[in-house]
Design a protein around this ligand. Structure first.
Ligand code: NAG
Ligand code: NAG
Ligand code: NAG
Length: 371
């Protein structure tokens, strides 16, 4: 297993110059300014049609193709061929699709919108570890359906109330349910986190903290980011999970925890940070979760036995899913609550990326297995 991971990593390194790898992984979206006119359409409650894509449209000749792979992998039942191309509609070329799919991290923005904070959740701070978000659509998860969530600094999305306190290692479903609450949650790095710091030399200048964006009604979107999000996610899921060949996302949620440190550490530990990103895609019947881990520098907060300098030792973060109400849980082994959690950045290999993992999560949780 170890050997194989090593060999595959070598191949990857041979294929790409090092600077390209780190560029892909850091995803410094240099052209992000090009999106600023349209990126908030998806987050806008009364989302109308965007009109600011002319510059970008002129970049891509109207080749009439939204995806060049469709001829190869076309599912006769998929509905995405019904997209009609009007003169102001964004047209995605095959070349552009390959380019965006070669980036590791999905889009998140720190600029734009009413307050020019982009997707940044400025309400999440030391005193406020979580915030509520409405979906305005149904997200099937682990046998339930939710139309809202709580985004937590602590590396998870929570749908129902937690127990009063946790002890380590975490065990789900919560043993004393129904006396204690058994929360429904998606845990990408369930721990106790605090917002860290970045070095003045860090290339990605986006603020440390939590970023949240929703892209709704992807099937009818004509703006550049809507079309690109739909096609990118569609092909990443189709090629990432077996059985997803006909999947077309309707709605997507991207939550990024950037440069978060652990609670209980000394001041300097704020520079020991993790970055991870969850992308949820649903057609309101099937739901897929992608976990991207570009950076895992610490494993445990101090209450779970981590040391105060490096956040190391003790019981590592929990990675997995809990259905709630005592109905079931899924812990992602061998990473969750073990020192192997550091290997998350090197394992997975979904869509050819070390550090990318994928799951089907609407009913029973199924992990993608990359052979
Ligand atoms: C969410 O669903 C609940 C019922 O489960 C409903 O009462 C509520 O109005 C819904 N909220 C939104 C914003 O759709
Ligand atoms: C912050 O996160 C970015 C992206 O993961 C990383 O390149 C950078 O080194 C991190 N900075 C610190 C201080 O950990
Ligand atoms: C659990 O049970 C409570 C009370 O019966 C109910 O309100 C809730 O919707 C159920 N589902 C989840 C996921 O907690």
């Amino acid at each position: 297993m170890r050997n194989r991971v090593f060999i595959v990593s070598l191949c990857f390194l041979l294929l790409l110059p090092v600077n390209e790898i780190s560029a892909g992984i850091e995803n410094a979206l240099d052209e992000s300014t090009g999106y600023e006119g349209s990126i908030f359409q998806g987050n806008d409650e009364n989302s109308g049609q965007s009109s600011s894509n002319e510059a970008w449209n002129s970049l891509s000749e109207a080749t009439g193709l939204n995806e060049d792979r469709s001829s190869r992998d076309k599912d006769p039942n998929s509905q995405d061929d019904s997209v009609r191309v009007g003169c102001s509609d964004y047209v995605l070329t095959g070349e552009r699709l390959r380019e965006i799919r070669s980036e590791f991290m999905y889009w998140f923005f720190d600029k734009g919108g009413d307050d020019d904070e982009g997707d940044y959740l400025k309400e999440i701070q030391a005193s406020t570890p979580q915030t509520n978000k409405n979906f305005n659509f149904q997200l099937p998860f682990f046998g339930f359906r939710f139309n809202q969530t709580r985004v937590s600094i602590n590396g998870y999305l929570e749908f129902t109330d937690p127990p009063e306190r946790y002890t380590y290692p975490l065990v789900f479903p919560v043993k004393c349910w129904p006396k204690e609450n058994d929360p429904s949650f998606i845990g990408i790095f369930f721990s106790k986190c605090r917002i860290g710091e970045i070095w003045s030399t860090d290339r990605d200048r986006r603020k440390p903290g939590v970023y949240f964006r929703i892209e709704r009604d992807l099937r009818t979107r004509k703006d550049q980011l809507g079309v690109e999000m739909r096609e990118r996610l569609k092909w990443d899921v189709r090629e990432g999970m077996s059985g997803a060949e006909g999947f077309v996302p309707k709605h997507a949620i991207t939550v990024t925890w950037k440069n978060v440190s652990f609670t209980g550490g000394i001041d300097n530990s704020l520079y020991t940070t993790n970055t991870f990103q969850m992308v949820l895609a649903t057609d309101e019947a099937n739901t897929y979760a992608m976990f991207n881990y570009p950076r895992v520098e610490w494993t445990s907060h101090t209450e779970a036995g981590g040391d105060t300098v490096h956040g190391d030792g003790g019981i590592s973060a929990f990675v997995g899913f809990n259905a709630g109400n005592g109905t079931g849980s899924y812990e992602y082994k061998p990473f969750s609550q073990t020192p192997h959690i550091r290997d998350l950045t090197r394992a997975g290999w979904v869509n050819g990326f070390p550090g990318r993992h994928m799951f089907k999560i609407d009913e029973k949780i199924i992990a993608a297995t990359c052979s």
